[in-house]
Ligand binder design. Structure first.
Ligand code: G3I
Length: 335
């Protein structure tokens, strides 16, 4: 293998980035990095309900279609994200529905419309995102703060709503690979067990599910054993396994004056290498859906806005220069 191989070239499985159509259009180095390093893309926001259906009965596909056109012209796979999510991306009009019959039929028709629109273009979907809380119960409360409407989909529709959403997606596009996507399975055993129990239940009942997404918003301090355990247990289901939103924080204490020292960058390199090599070794090749980075460069990552702190969680710095973490990812692919 030559030293100049890109991630996609060096990888036996798909390498993805979560991207936005505006940045693809406006930032040349961002676009170039995605074209060179990835062969799969996920929309970071553009395919969420709040963007696709900002008002009741209104569908706006322009932004998402722009991404599809980019992906098609560059021959990249597109992973759909996400049909149902309790959190803030659900549009306000949807969150205001309190009647279970109305909410059920609204979500059914949303899924039907969206999965039909993208049929043949989007071959896989995160159907439901983050349905479980950290104790492993179906969420019945939203995390959102005062003044914002909560979307207690689990409370209104009952815990079996997840299965029904998968069935609706399957009815709309029987060829699509359907994923359940969530975070913190590395550190929250109860959540991991709950997801595995759901998969077993779906299999028993014939509910169509084909894959599991491990978001993996982790830090350099996340224990290796938890990471390996989550990947292994997911692989044991026999479903496709997607590391779907990888980033590795170096400033878990959210210090305002954080500076990435060479020591921390080295720890980040090690952690990327561990995640990638573990995925490659533990997940059978036929189940390797791929690894998707949640963002391209440290300058446009979601983390600093979220933690209200500085951090450098990705593979490229804000000038699109490869970091040690990039090297760790690449070495992990070759282990
Ligand atoms: O584009 C608008 C802009 O026009 C407006 O002026 C500005 C003001 O708030 O908002 C901009 O939209 C923001 C959007 O990101 C684009 O940057 C939204 O407010 C903001 O809520 C949105 O955040 C995204 C978040 O999901 C909610 O959709 C993050 O970028 C995205 O990285 C994050 O991704 C999630 C995954 O979907 C699920 N797993 C966790 C992950 C991180 O939270």
């Amino acid at each position: 293998p030559s030293a100049s191989q890109t991630l996609a070239e060096a990888s036996p499985f798909h390498i993805g980035f979560a991207i936005s159509p505006a940045r693809i259009q406006n930032i040349a180095l961002y676009r170039q990095t995605v074209i060179q390093e990835a062969n799969s893309i996920t929309a970071d926001v553009a395919m969420k309900p709040s963007r696709i259906s900002p008002q009741k009965g209104v569908y706006k596909f322009e932004e998402a279609d722009q991404l599809i056109a980019f992906a098609q012209s560059q021959k990249k796979r597109i992973h759909g994200h996400t049909l149902v999510w309790y959190i803030d991306t659900s549009p306000t009009w949807l969150k205001q529905i309190r009647d279970s019959t109305e909410l059920e039929s609204t979500l059914q028709s949303y899924i039907q419309t969206v999965a039909t629109h993208f049929k043949g273009k989007v071959a896989s979907w995160d159907v439901v995102n983050e349905a479980f809380d950290k104790q492993g119960a179906i969420r019945t409360d939203s995390l959102e703060g005062p003044g914002r409407p909560t979307f207690n989909v689990g409370k209104i529709l009952g815990k079996d709503y997840v299965a029904r959403m998968f069935q609706y997606a399957h009815n709309a596009d029987p060829d699509a690979r359907l994923f359940y996507n969530d975070y913190a399975q590395e550190t929250r055993p109860a959540k991991l067990e709950a997801i595995l129990a759901m998969v077993a239940d779906f299999k028993r009942r014939g509910v169509p599910i084909h894959g599991l997404g491990l978001q993996m918003h982790i830090s350099i301090d996340t224990p290796d054993a938890g990471i390996e355990n989550a990947i292994r247990r997911y692989a044991e289901t026999g479903l496709l396994v997607h590391i779907s939103e990888l980033d590795i924080a170096m400033n878990p204490d959210k210090k305002k004056d954080f500076v990435p020292t060479p020591e921390l960058l080295e720890k980040q390199y090690e952690k990327y290498k561990f995640v990638v090599s573990t995925y490659k070794k533990v997940v059978p090749a036929s189940q390797q859906f791929g690894i998707t980075m949640w963002g391209v460069d440290d300058g446009t990552s979601w983390i600093p806005g979220f933690c209200k702190c500085a951090d450098n969680v990705l593979l490229f710095d804000a000038n699109y220069v490869k970091k040690r973490s990039y090297q760790g990812f690449l070495e992990g692919l070759k282990e």
